[in-house]
Design a protein around this ligand. Structure first.
Ligand code: DGP
Length: 218
């Protein structure tokens, strides 16, 4: 028996990533949605506290490793569900992990060498299941500035988001990794973005089970 496919939707805050992940997970057979960070786990509850309470001070390295640990908390159940035939859509994953930490180090005056090193930032995620498809929803900086409603959480500041965008594009490796696709969502409504994503899924046969083994990040 084959397994389900693992699909990741990454994107900037306000790119429509969570909406699209939800729609896609309902459209795929036996679809399940996983949102990272998953704030319902033990590690996730510390992350939630970190994001919402500016008085909780954690070193940057600690925060980075917690986000990775949160992905590891779910790794076995992701693999088990795929092997049972479920299709899994993830809203954020390791690229958010690297891009936000890297952007943070570039924004800070006293960043450590670890936080500026993509190698260091990537290493705790090595071994995690690799998505069969990664989609990055991107916006122009102009459109990003126009989208209103930045919240109160730690990372939701406009200039910071611009830096996050550059970091994402740096770490996604879209030119060398055929499983990574960048979709520009400027001036597109929800249905138009949904259609673009679905076209890609069909074109790559990702709405059908596969016999391929699950890859891991190396
Ligand atoms: P969200 O629940 O998707 O709004 O994410 C909460 C915030 O945390 C958001 O500003 C992006 C940031 N974030 C998400 N994943 C990671 C991660 O793995 N590492 C870091 N440093 N930040 C992350």
């Amino acid at each position: 028996m084959g397994r389900g496919q693992l699909i990741l939707i990454e994107g900037l805050d306000r790119s429509g990533k969570s909406t699209q992940s939800g729609i896609l997970s309902e459209r795929l057979p036996g679809g399940k949605l996983i949102k990272f960070p998953d704030r319902s786990t033990k590690v996730g509850s510390i992350i939630n506290e970190y994001l919402t309470n500016s008085e909780l001070n954690l070193s940057d390295q600690t925060a980075h490793l917690l986000f990775s640990a949160n992905r590891w908390e779910l790794a076995d159940s992701i693999v088990n569900d795929l092997n049972k035939g479920h299709f899994i859509v993830m809203d954020r994953y390791i690229y958010s992990g690297i891009a936000y930490s890297l952007a943070k180090s570039r924004f800070s005056n006293d960043s450590s060498p670890e936080m500026a090193s993509i190698d260091w930032l990537y290493s705790p995620d090595k071994g995690l299941p690799k998505p069969d498809l990664t989609i990055f929803l991107t916006l122009s900086l102009e459109e990003l500035s126009n989208r209103k409603g930045w919240g109160e959480e730690r990372y939701e500041k406009e200039n910071f988001q611009k830096s996050v965008k550059n970091c994402f594009l740096e770490v996604l490796n879209a030119d060398n990794d055929a499983s990574v696709h960048i979709i520009d969502v400027n001036n597109l409504n929800i249905d138009q973005v949904t259609a673009k994503i679905w076209d890609l899924i069909e074109q790559k046969n990702l709405n059908k089970q596969t016999e391929n083994s699950i890859e891991r990040f190396t």
